[in-house]
Ligand binder design. Sequence first.
Ligand SMILES: [Zn+2]
Length: 397
Amino acid sequence: MGTSDGTVIGTTKIAGSGPAAARWNLVLLSDGYRASEMAQYATDADNFVAHLFTTPPFSDNAFFGARYSDAINVWRVDVSSTDSGADDPVTCGGTGASPATYFDASFCNRGIKRLLLVNNTTATNVANAQVPQWHMIMAMVNTPIYGGGGGAVATFSMAPGANEIGVHEMGHTAFGLADEYEYWAGCGVDTNRNNHPAVEPVEPNVTIDSNRATIKWGSLIDAATPMPTTSNPNCANCDSQPSPVPAATVGAFEGAHYYHCDAFRPEYDCKMRALNHDFCAVCRGVIRSTLWPFVPKRRIPEWDEGIWDRIFEFDWVSDPVPWDVFRLLEVLRRSRGRSQPALRDELSELLTRIDQMDVGQLRTTLLRVKASMARLDAASKMIEAKIAEGLSAGPGA
Ligand SMILES: [Zn+2]
């Protein structure tokens, strides 16, 4: 079972505007598709990408008309298998089917029927050979049985609603997000999921800390929101209470990270908790920050041809992120030996926060940016003077 059970046919870029070196590269692999089913795989891949790109925050405007989805190249790697489907072990109540497939996809990992995994080494080898600049590998498995996995290589099946599984698994594999649901095998089934261990999870979207002053997403919590926002009245089972606050309220909702109590999630609903809900604000923020460096940036003219006139044409209140200024900042910092990644992080942080700022915070930020501009203006005049000196000294100086 493995690479003798199929063929790597080739790679097609199905979405994305930039070279692999400049974008965030998602590599799709087919498993359990026979050579005669490659057209179906192409359709399935197109459908998945269309769904992904209409899901917030991928569909959000990132910058002057560029969306976060514009940061992503999608590469469809066509790999045929001898047989259709995936292994379906009887130990999880499956049929015992064991088709011969290239990446050897199987359900019933760690005793969980829905946990669908492939041979990660084979998947990584194929991605390395086809798209060495990959950021994430996702195997699409040709079976109608519900399942997926979000490990080093993500997977999802072609069950109804499969595209939603795929986007959820991307949350794990590409963006380091935790599951926000509060069960392992199922509500009413688990007997060892009452209280979360007293260890803070590393993921950004779950926590054991419901203290307003110290919770890791505290900056997103309104002062009027109760903390914790919900408490599970019976730690022996999942909490079925409706949300006491309006949808999209950020707080601390008990029941998360596979435990009924002592673990909290940021919103009542999130795609990391249940499919067919939006990602919560915390998860959206993580996705945007990850993709931001790969969002195509508008090309600007040479920075010495009247750029300041153009900068001041912007409406600073409605459009407080003049990209030209930051581009100039980047040029100046590079010229002073400061690293580009450090600047990118600062910018990324500022830009992802703007959506959450009230008018007061926007005004403060605006003043800071304008103060930076004044200093930059002075710096640019010094640089121009130096260049002029060099030019007047003659060619080659
Ligand atoms: Zn979330």
